[in-house]
Design a protein around this ligand. Structure first.
Ligand code: SF4
Ligand code: SF4
Ligand code: SF4
Length: 188
């Protein structure tokens, strides 16, 4: 009888302990899940502008159409040139903004007069498809103020960025999510 009492007592204890563990499981697991999620989101993909060789693959390799990669201008570096090699096609007869004079295939670069002889060049991101033609021209004939960045309002942060796989220069790297851009202007 005493033996039976002991057995049912330990069964009750076992059930109580198991119940407590069952209830506590989500509390124990949640921080682990959250910390894994934080780890996964701790880094994002970005282009190192000093490694990029403007090979034009960013336009087509991204899983997004148009590409999540856009051109940007480092204004402290820009010469505000009248003849901007990123804006005007080589061999353009005149320096005006006629479509046939522009290098950008989508007309994404906006030229604004500042004062003689300076012009400001900004990128209309909705038109830019990251082809890097202007970046190459600015790097070859200008001072390299035009450069590519992955825009994080457009990028879906693929586990393995398709551009990183395709990039011949290993220019697409993981950077801390708290500092998701590699701004050339911050180094100039
Ligand atoms: S694939 Fe690499 S080298 Fe080519 S444009 Fe993109 S970042 Fe630059
Ligand atoms: S030339 Fe290409 S990279 Fe440059 S602004 Fe136009 S679409 Fe963007
Ligand atoms: S992570 Fe994905 S969406 Fe973002 S730039 Fe790379 S391929 Fe495009």
């Amino acid at each position: 009888m005493e033996d039976q009492k002991n057995k049912s007592g330990s069964r009750r204890e076992f059930v109580k302990t198991a119940g407590r563990l069952f209830l506590a499981a989500p509390v124990i697991a949640l921080p682990v899940i959250l910390s894994k999620k934080r780890d996964a989101k701790g880094f994002v993909w970005q282009i190192d502008p000093y490694k990029c060789t403007s090979c034009e693959l960013c336009r087509t390799a991204c899983v997004m159409t148009p590409s999540a990669v856009k051109c940007t201008n480092a204004f402290p570096m820009c010469g505000y040139c009248d003849f901007c090699p990123g804006f005007l096609r080589q061999g353009a007869k005149t320096y005006n903004t006629a479509a046939e004079n522009q290098l950008c295939p989508t007309g994404a670069i906006v030229r604004k007069f500042v004062e003689e002889p300076y012009f400001e060049y900004t990128i209309e991101e909705s038109l830019c498809d990251g082809c890097s033609k202007c970046v190459k021209a600015c790097g070859d004939f200008g001072n390299g103020s035009l450069y590519l960045q992955i825009m994080h309002n457009l990028c879906v942060d693929c586990n393995y960025c398709a551009i990183a796989r395709a990039c011949p220069s290993d220019a697409v790297i993981r950077v801390p999510a708290g500092e998701p851009y590699m701004r050339k202007e911050l180094k100039s």
